[in-house]
Ligand binder design. Structure first.
Ligand code: FES
Ligand code: FE2
Length: 345
């Protein structure tokens, strides 16, 4: 194993939990970006992610803190903090401490996931976390798919960028995933913080077929370095979400989710139980393929500059250039400005 030389504090949206892990009134502990964090859900359902330590005398709110309506109460002296991290009550004083604030993070819940916006400079989000259905603009929704199947692995010595580099790495599919021929990329769009990669790929047949005969592929959308969503065509209908989140300066948590399409109308009605089992099996197969990648990533040493074959040069150069905007010492400011200008009109 080798520690990633890339910054483990990249800017962007990163998955820190699944929504169903944090019910109303729950306080959930976690550690990401080298910080002790808590997520808690008020009675209204609103989810807050904040630093774990109380600004009074430093109790960890994840150990005995409890939710009262829309605030969290510290177990040590009963101070209460709201969803903005503001102190709203000191039980033995007339007034709260209005100046003191616990750092909170922008958070969105999407596709059953909790995404946190992280930026060392404290800038507001400058792109959106992609939705595995809406982002493809095809009118699909979760109702068209079986419930999501999940993988969760903690503490791998790897970096989010390794995963995205799969999106230009045509040569690994044959060796890691056993595809009969190399896939061919048909789109590489790295112009904005949300990037697009399409490729033609098959898992069927032998190596005598040509890529022109292949009638299946994958479209991928990368929302920064933390979230990648994919949609398949020409094969069993599936969508995936991969999320890699830095825990400290050497390790990441890996979450991967798969949705398998429900069969349309009649075939679904014929034998719904069997169709469900088939979907379960196919989802498990996709998760198995993702594990093959993890096995490589978690032992990989980031190579910079890499020894690229001439066919790899363009793709890897483009994705590594694109990735720089998310690093604290990169050109994130430029991307943020472009986005802000676009939002204004
Ligand atoms: S440490 Fe939290 S109220 Fe005192
Ligand atoms: Fe892969």
């Amino acid at each position: 194993m080798a520690r990633p030389p890339l910054s483990m504090k990249p800017t962007g949206w990163f998955q820190v939990a699944w929504s169903d892990e944090i019910g109303v009134g729950d306080v959930h502990r976690m550690k990401y970006f080298d910080q002790e964090l808590i997520a808690w859900r008020g009675q209204s359902g609103r989810l807050t992610v904040m630093n774990a330590y109380c600004e009074h005398l430093g109790a960890h709110l994840g150990y005995g803190g409890h939710v009262e309506g829309e605030v969290i109460q510290c177990p040590f002296h009963g101070w209460q903090w709201n969803a903005e991290g503001r102190n709203v009550c000191i039980p033995y004083e007339q007034r709260p401490n209005r100046g003191r604030r616990i750092t909170t993070y922008p958070v969105v819940e999407r596709n059953d996931s909790v995404y946190l916006w992280y930026d060392v400079h404290g800038r507001a989000p400058f792109f959106e976390a992609p939705d595995v259905f809406a982002a493809f603009g095809d009118g699909s929704s979760a109702a068209d798919y079986y419930p999501q199947q999940r993988l969760f692995e903690q503490g791998h010595e790897m970096h989010p960028q390794y995963v995205l580099e799969n999106g230009v790495d045509f040569a690994h599919f044959k060796y890691v995933h056993g595809t009969p021929i190399n896939p061919v990329f048909t789109r590489h769009d790295f112009d904005a913080p949300v990037s697009y990669v399409d490729f033609t790929i098959t898992f069927e047949g032998d190596d005598r077929q040509t890529i022109d005969e292949v009638q299946s592929g994958v479209e991928a959308i990368n929302g920064g370095l933390g979230i990648a969503v994919t949609k398949s065509w020409g094969m069993i209908d599936n969508r995936t979400i991969s999320c890699i989140t830095p825990v400290d300066d050497a390790t990441c948590d890996v979450r991967f989710m798969v949705y398998i399409g429900r069969p349309a109308g009649e075939s679904a009605a014929k034998d719904p139980r069997r169709a469900g089992i088939k979907a379960q099996e196919f989802g498990a197969e996709i998760i198995r393929q993702f594990r093959q990648d993890i096995h490589i990533w978690s032992h990989q040493r980031y190579s910079d500059p890499p020894a690229l074959a001439s066919g790899e040069l363009k793709g890897f150069t483009a994705i590594r250039q694109w990735a720089k905007q998310f690093y604290p010492d990169g050109v994130g400011g430029a991307a943020a400005e472009v986005y802000a200008t676009r939002q204004k009109g």
